[in-house]
Design a protein around this ligand. Sequence first.
Ligand code: SAH
Length: 507
Amino acid sequence: MTTPSGFVELVGAGPGDPGLITVRGRAAVQQAEVLIYDQLVHPSLLDLVRPEAERIFAGKRAGRLVYTQDEINQLLVEKARQGKRVVRLKGGDPLVFGRGAEEAAFLRAHGIPYRIVPGVTAAVGVSGYTELPITHRAAASAVALVTGHDDPRDPKARVNWPSLAKFPGTLVVYMGVAHLKDICEVLIEHGMSPETPAAVVERGTWARQRSVAATLSSLPELVSTHRLHPPALLIVGSVVNLRPERSWFESLPLFGQRILVTRPAEDCRLASEQLETLGAEVLQAPTVEVQPLQDFQALDDILARIRSFDWLVFTSRHGVDAFLGRLMHLGHDARALGGLKLAAIGPGTADQLQRWHLRADLVPDRFLSEGLVEALSPLVLGKRVLLARANRGRTLLCDQLEAIAQVEQVAVYQNLDAAALPAGVVQAMEAGEIDWITLTSSAITERLFNLLPAHIREKVEREIKLVSISPVTTATAQKLGWTVAAEAQTYTWDGVVQAICAARLLI
Ligand code: SAH
């Protein structure tokens, strides 16, 4: 019996850059109960999937397909019949050399409802990110998408290469790297000029986008010298000469950098957007989680006598939201803090106060506990100070201020360890696909270290650059045996980003 609620969405993931999935495709992935995904799908799209959803990898492992096409078809039907919302996520567009039509036909034959969500196909993604326009009013009024999968000299080849040699426009050949030499020769043999401009673009729209351009006759040698590998497109036609030496994408300050961000989930998302805008490819690995308190008693007791304090000190954005959120929840508003002075550890925390229409009276010059102690000390002598903080973390602030003021501290949110790293992260590290890891606190650094298998910890030291937010975090990393490649000059997230950009300029 078919359960009516089960259905399949064939979704195009786009060519690489995870920002190139469509809005509808993204929503489908977020709602999937079963996700069956291919090789060419960016790992960070998998982070969109609900944690309880089943993920099935249907690409190649050690050069061999994990599932045959028949098995995938069966799997789609089987999961949909279990009443599941199934997403089949494919690189590029599902119907462009993606066997999406075969899957759709199989589903139709089995009475399974389905929907197709188109994606940006590689030809279009590559065109935009290399600025090699596949059509141009002056150079190409037609474009052909061609598969180069089969041997072009095979008499039974499905592609009509002799006709394509006379095609009046741009040729974009998918899966053509293995037969590149033969493809170029066959085109020349059938009348295409050996001088025709031609290019190969590897991993277009990914951080590791590379390309070489030459003429049809000289391209194969150049491609083998530069060792370009699949996934790559061969593009043939005069439009190749129109591309700039470096495209807008290749000119971004963090182009080519693959960065692992280890902040709590919500911060990770914002940080990723910022880094991606600068051209980096980001993987998110939240190592700690920020959670509401389970028991509000201690905080509520403090809030009941909040007016008895002189200073209220916040050491994170999360602390601001948790504290003020609870205050509002209990029926108060910002007037409850009317008589208090407010201190924020750094500009991010001060910004968060602004969102609640509160201005910090004090932000130290150095955005860490030591800086805060230094700045607060002359102001709080003999005063009553409340520290609003996480359930754990450094105690320096309290220890030092206690000597000169009446200090109380209260946990306003919980900082918990993530149970594990997301599935793709360790694999990406194993495959050497990470250039940088951000370390934005000592707790995060320690947690990351503990979550990594021993052989990866060593790999981090040998092959990956660590960027730290402050000298305190750097010292924690060093204690664990890691060398820090760059340290933020201002101890904020923006400082971390600037440190990576600055290190890039030195390379
Ligand atoms: N459905 C996909 C194509 C799948 S066939 C689409 O619409 O893009 C796989 C081939 O697509 C690869 O061998 C390569 O030729 C091409 N390809 C996919 N992603 C690519 C990328 N990011 N850069 C260059 N070529 C890519």
